[in-house]
Ligand binder design. Structure first.
Ligand code: ASN
Length: 324
């Protein structure tokens, strides 16, 4: 019989709707109290680690979840399920993907409807995540996100809708598999990634989104001695308005690494345009083009790389390892 550790961290999956229709936190976690069908095949251990709405989750919390999972791995656990608010679920999932050894299934799930709402998806998603974490097929797939009967890789999944239960999507590539009655059915291979050991996380790694008519104001504002890095969600295939360039160059002159992704929902940032502010110039300036990650994932990757002490070419190689 497999032993699965369920770590609860909060989010809508642990919340309830009150008489006024407001979604509120509970003292007792309803998801941890309800019975999931394990058919006598799975031994479930529960750890109610946090009760946080996911906008309250930060890299320090992610580090604590990482340490809890590493301890469970050392104790010989077969798989881990983490319930989490959906707003930042993809960031915690990718952080864990980058910082845990790829040895046992680690699966994150959440809910879009709180525990007592009609059509609540929490218990169903929780049960699906346990099934996936206990499936032999789930080994070696990196950290996974299971929602609404789909299995996504932590690296590419993103929240795409504010309220719809089918919110989690993997743009460009699609899900890696689906949840079945008996477990998990995978139809894509995991593209290997590099996990690193970190014992602390840095902060002051920023994320800015480009827009038509953007100038240097925001870049000047973050040009501080405490700033460690910056991710820019650029325009289209990876371009910036020319008015941003002097302030961007000043950040680079101050040895602040800058990573460029696209603000587009699909596709990858590339150095294909040769005009002022085009991707070719940005790459020549020393900006790292990161292919395939969205802004919030690229920020996690830069944060983890910097926290692991990577600098210069080593940092470039680490960030670029997400090439599709
Ligand atoms: N569906 C959810 O879980 C959203 C909630 N605001 C959270 O992330 O905690």
């Amino acid at each position: 019989m497999k032993t699965i550790l369920a770590i609860h961290t909060g989010g809508t999956i642990s919340m309830s709707q009150n008489e006024d229709g407001e979604v509120v936190q509970n003292d007792e976690n309803p998801i941890a109290e309800q019975e999931v069908i394990l058919n006598g095949k799975i031994n479930l251990i529960t750890d109610e680690m946090f009760n946080l709405p996911s906008p309250h989750v930060n890299p320090g919390v992610m580090m604590k979840i990482n340490a809890r999972i590493k301890k469970a791995m050392a104790d010989g656990i077969d798989g881990v399920v983490i319930t989490h608010g959906t707003d930042t679920l993809e960031e915690t999932a990718y952080f864990l993907d980058l910082t845990l050894p790829n040895t046992i299934p680690v699966v994150l799930t959440g809910a879009m409807r709180s525990s007592n709402e009609i059509g609540s998806d929490g218990l169903y998603n929780f049960q699906s995540a346990i099934k996936v974490a206990a499936a032999d097929e789930s080994y070696g797939k990196g950290v996974l996100v299971v929602m609404n009967d789909e299995i996504h890789t932590a690296r590419y999944v993103t929240k795409t809708h504010t309220t719809n239960v089918a919110t989690f999507r993997t743009p460009t590539f699609g899900p890696i598999g689906i949840v079945t009655q008996r477990g998990a059915n995978y139809f894509q291979e995991l593209i290997e990634t590099e996990a690193v050991e970190i014992d602390k996380v840095l902060d002051h790694v920023f994320l800015l989104k480009a827009y038509a008519g953007m100038d240097g104001t925001l870049f000047e504002a973050i040009n501080q001695p405490t700033t460690r890095g910056l991710v820019i969600e650029g325009l289209g295939a990876g371009n910036l308005p020319p008015e941003t360039l002097p302030a961007v160059q000043q950040l680079l002159d101050n040895d602040i690494p800058i990573v460029l992704v696209s603000r587009c929902y699909n596709g990858v940032a590339q150095d294909i345009y040769d005009y002022e502010g085009g991707g070719i110039q940005l790459k020549r300036m020393g900006i790292i083009l990161c292919k395939g990650l969205n802004g919030q994932k690229a920020r996690i990757k830069l944060l983890v790389g910097l926290s692991a002490g990577k600098r210069g070419q080593e940092l470039v190689d680490f960030v670029n390892n997400a090439v599709s």
